[in-house]
Design a binder for this molecule. Structure first.
Ligand code: SF4
Ligand code: FES
Length: 226
């Protein structure tokens, strides 16, 4: 079928999402809970766009295309919603996301320089018991990507989404941490995490073929204090 994204006509297959159409047209849509290796989840609401016939912006990652659909990824209302989502997420973190993370990149591209509603932030809580994986719970934005990576990609089911609202987070095992969970240390959770809440400790320790990631010193400092 044919749809139009930001004035560009593109062909998409039946069942394609608006996000897929936008990518095909070369348009950028902010995403946080989306990972193309996983089934769409629709949790973060960062990917809002306008489509003809809809009074409100719709999430691009879970909305299916229909023949002749006209999509506007730069609609001011949709961008306002996306920006507010990112500002709210940042407001709950005790420190800014590391510059190389997906969250930092999305915030920068939306022009978000920091939290708009400073207030309560997640308490610092580190699980450093596993030899390969570090979990800094305060950086979790509850996007669910690690849980789905563990379930859908790895088939291990070691992670669980816990809590609601501000308290929402992720637990390994039955709250016992990675080390005592069913985790097989595949690293799929760390690979998909958009905030580095879950990180491979080898990377933090400079084991990345001798080359630490850009902000490893900051993270190493945090680890060494626990
Ligand atoms: S740990 Fe990372 S991937 Fe998992 S829910 Fe939190 S932010 Fe998302
Ligand atoms: S990326 Fe679409 S709702 Fe999160």
């Amino acid at each position: 079928m044919q749809v139009t994204v930001d004035g560009t006509a593109v062909q998409v297959s039946d069942g394609a999402t608006v996000l897929e159409a936008a990518k095909r047209a070369g348009s950028w849509v902010p995403t946080l809970c989306f990972d193309e290796r996983q089934a769409p989840f629709g949790a973060c609401r960062a990917c809002m766009v306008a489509v003809d016939g809809s009074a409100k912006p719709v999430p691009a990652c879970t909305t299916l295309c229909r023949e002749g659909m006209v999509i506007d990824t730069t609609d001011p209302t949709a961008r306002r919603v996306a920006t507010a989502v990112v500002e709210l997420v940042l407001s709950e973190l005790p420190s800014a996301p590391a510059p190389h993370t997906e969250l930092a990149a999305v915030a920068a591209k939306l022009g978000v320089e920091g939290p708009r509603w400073p207030g309560a932030t997640h308490p610092v809580a580190h699980d450093l018991r596993h030899p390969y994986l570090a979990f800094e719970h305060e950086l979790c934005i509850s996007c669910g990507r690690c849980v789905r990576a563990c379930d859908e990609v790895q088939g291990t089911f070691a992670l669980t989404a816990v809590g609601r609202g501000f308290e929402a987070n992720v637990a390994a095992g039955i709250g016992s941490g990675f080390l005592e969970s069913a985790c097989v240390s595949c690293g799929a959770c760390a690979d998909t995490c958009p905030t580095d809440a879950i990180t491979e400790r080898l990377l933090l320790d400079g084991g990345n073929n001798g080359g630490p990631p850009p902000d490893a010193p900051r993270l190493r400092r945090r680890l060494s204090t626990n």
